[in-house]
Design a protein around this ligand. Structure first.
Ligand code: ADP
Ligand code: NI
Length: 218
């Protein structure tokens, strides 16, 4: 199968699987991550086919929604790629990237053995979690999970394990401290670091304004 047919078929399958997902992992998250990752790839190098397939499959079965099973995503990605007849070497490169992408806690280090393509998709996924879109996604997630907007008495959890991170019932403002404000320092590529600066500054402005309004001072 030629690469364009393979990506088109993976895209169709991912669209069908994630259509209507309401927790911030809907198809448009995947579409934004793909576009951003391909842009980073043009600047940083790497194999665009591996980047595109990894971006398309990175949230196909999120561990947080599969009883904390960290293998759910890689397993499902491998099934999809095998079913569509992807060459084994390509499939395994994509699956190994998918296994390493997701954020697993403030104090859980990222995998040290990530490929350039994996780093690019992780950067793109994290860019989509910050800035204006990231703020919107965080409140969409908080709403879908029944979280408070903000609780001044809640202390953010700097999780040491994926399980602790998954168990956190953080109000959405606290999630900024548990994840979103940490992402700028965890970008791999210089292209992503540059984009993260503006998005990070925007979140800081948002938080300053949010607290001022919360206290009735603005
Ligand atoms: P991804 O898999 O794309 O790295 P996540 O699965 O961690 O991202 O989260 C999906 C979206 O929901 C992200 O924008 C993330 O910041 C947001 N999110 C995750 N956990 C929380 C939370 N406790 N409160 C608010 N938003 C959250
Ligand atoms: Ni994602």
């Amino acid at each position: 199968m030629n690469p364009a047919d393979l990506t088109a078929q993976v895209e169709t399958l991912v669209r069908d699987t994630l259509a209507g997902e309401g927790s911030g992992h809907d198809w448009w998250h995947i579409a934004r991550v793909r576009a951003c990752a391909l842009r980073l790839c043009r600047e940083e190098g790497g194999d665009p086919l591996v980047v595109e397939l990894t971006a398309l499959l990175h949230d196909i079965a999120d561990w947080k929604f599969h009883h904390g099973d960290l293998e759910a995503g890689p397993r499902r990605s491998a099934e999809v790629l095998a079913q569509l007849g992807a060459p084994p070497e390509l499939a395994s490169a994509v699956v190994e990237n998918v296994r390493r992408i997701s954020f697993k806690g403030a104090r859980v280090p990222d995998a040290a053995d990530m490929t350039l393509e994996g780093q690019i998709v992780q950067d793109a996924d994290r860019l989509d979690a910050i800035g204006a879109v990231g703020i919107a996604r965080a409140f969409a997630y908080g709403g879908s999970a029944g979280r408070l907007l903000h609780d001044p008495g809640y202390t953010p959890l700097l999780a040491e394990t994926p399980q602790a991170y998954r168990a956190s019932g953080a109000p959405t403002i606290a999630h900024f401290y548990e994840k979103l404000l940490l992402l700028k320092e965890r970008m791999h590529t210089s292209a992503a670091r540059r984009l993260a600066e503006g998005r990070h500054a925007y979140m800081e402005q948002f938080l300053a304004r949010f607290y001022a309004e919360w206290d009735g001072e603005a």
